[in-house]
Design a protein around this ligand. Structure first.
Ligand code: ATP
Ligand code: MG
Length: 129
């Protein structure tokens, strides 16, 4: 988590070394996130920074966990809760597809659940087109 000490707003920072393949990955992630309308099911992009040897993006901070962590912790998700997760996930994917974006890396590690609200968010658009 990073904090804007002026506004107090929290964000999530993802740093990339500036290699060619990663430049493409950052470009894909930034282009896709910037193209999509704001939706609770899709992580929001705040800033993309280019430095001499690195790039960074700052997105909304999701105070929660990935579905892969939930699975790794051996937690059972009740059927009704799972239906809610899947319904939200389908909405998030739908927003991407309506915006002409294919995520191409949908997996438990790229799906986060906000701890307080239970809102499900698609993250990691590095492979998206
Ligand atoms: N917006 C966010 N808010 C809070 N945590 C996040 C956010 N985005 C990503 N994370 C955390 O950082 C991890 C890695 O993020 P991401 O999937 O974007 O990077 P990655 O380069 O693909 O890494 P990995 O290879 O681990 O998937 C996520 O699994 C999640 O735990
Ligand atoms: Mg990932």
């Amino acid at each position: 988590m990073v904090v804007d000490t002026v506004s107090g707003a929290a964000g999530a920072l993802k740093l990339f070394q500036k290699k060619q393949t990663l430049r493409d990955e950052v470009r894909g992630e930034v282009t896709s996130l910037a193209a999509l309308p704001p939706h609770p099911g899709v992580m929001k992009l705040a800033v993309c920074l280019a430095m001499t040897d690195r790039m960074a993006i700052i997105t909304e901070f999701i105070d929660g966990t990935t579905l892969s962590n939930v699975i790794a912790n051996g937690k059972r998700i009740r059927d009704d809760a799972l239906k809610l997760v899947l319904a939200q996930l389908v909405c998030g994917i739908g927003v991407c597809h309506e915006g002409g974006i294919l995520h191409r890396d949908i997996k438990p590690g790229n799906i986060m659940v906000d701890s307080d609200s239970g809102v499900v968010k698609l993250i990691d658009f590095g492979l998206s087109v």
